[in-house]
Write a protein that binds this ligand. Structure first.
Ligand SMILES: [Zn+2]
Length: 282
């Protein structure tokens, strides 16, 4: 599963970034060899444009299931009703809030540095309802500028946090699962990036669910210093501008970036300790 020390080191870093609470991060680790070995997007040759997808006239329910190389979250035209537990926890399916959301849950696939899925294939992006209005504002602002919000992670069930800690039982790297939920475990944080709303030539490394991701300087699983939200060194001026665009849109919705990771955003009350939700992610 972890084939090298470099991969293990990066896994540890990634797990920290996705598991630690917003206020609990320690000093950022030095750039790892694995992180530094990630191919620069600029070095990836362009490939033919992706096929034109229906983005503005097709109902949101149909759009979410088109063009994905990853497991489909639901049958076309259907958003499964939430479970009783999810409704009771105040969670909502992001697709009912952001009609053009691109769902690319990395932990529902093997496309993460663990190398195996941590979520079921039909996992979906659930967020607490307190984030809904803000995400709608952000997505609307981005849509008007020609961008889509891509969701890499949303609500994370406590058992997944436990499993991550079992894989890397080092609290200096991975937040030790505790008796309370915060951040992702409370459905009040999201990991997001941007995709272009229109078809275009796209490097293979930036394709996601039939869309072309915007260059942000690093990928989701990068935890080098370049992943810091306000990093300058090693991050192109264009990528810095794209990060600013994302932050600005999210800020308009009252959602703020975590300085250690450009992709991690906290909604209102994300750092408040709350009872675990006990809700599955599918
Ligand atoms: Zn996160």
């Amino acid at each position: 599963m972890i084939r090298s020390w470099a991969a293990f080191a990066l896994l540890v870093a990634v797990s920290t970034g996705c598991t630690a609470q917003p206020a609990a991060h320690g000093p950022a680790p030095a750039p790892s060899a694995a992180a530094n070995s990630a191919p620069a997007a600029s070095a990836v040759p362009a490939v033919p444009a992706l096929p034109v997808r229906p983005t503005s006239t097709t109902p949101a329910r149909a759009r979410t299931a088109t063009g994905s190389a990853r497991p489909s979250r639901s049958a076309p035209g259907a958003i499964r009703p939430l479970s009783v537990a999810a409704r009771a926890a105040g969670l909502v399916d992001i697709r009912t809030v952001v009609a053009n959301a691109v769902i690319d849950l990395r932990y529902a696939t093997a496309d993460n540095f663990v190398g195996v899925p941590l979520y079921p294939a039909d996992a979906r992006c659930l967020v607490h309802q307190s984030m809904a209005a803000g995400l709608e504002v952000a997505a609307d602002r981005l849509r008007r500028a020609g961008f889509l919000l891509v969701f890499w992670d949303c609500y994370r069930p406590h058992p997944v946090q436990v499993r991550m800690f079992q894989i890397v039982p080092d609290p200096s790297w991975v937040a030790r699962p505790g008796p309370y939920a915060r951040s992702h475990e409370a459905g009040r944080s999201v990991d997001v990036t941007l995709a272009y709303a229109t078809s275009r030539a796209c490097p293979a490394t930036r394709r996601a669910s039939g869309h072309c991701l915007v260059e942000m300087g690093t990928g989701f699983d990068d935890f080098s210093a370049r992943a810091h939200a306000f990093a300058g060194d090693g991050v192109s001026s264009q990528a810095q501008a794209n990060r600013r665009r994302l932050r600005s849109a999210m800020n308009a919705g009252g959602i703020t970036v975590y300085s250690g990771e450009w992709w991690h955003f906290n909604g209102p009350g994300a750092s408040v300790a709350r009872p675990h939700l006990g809700t599955p992610v599918d």
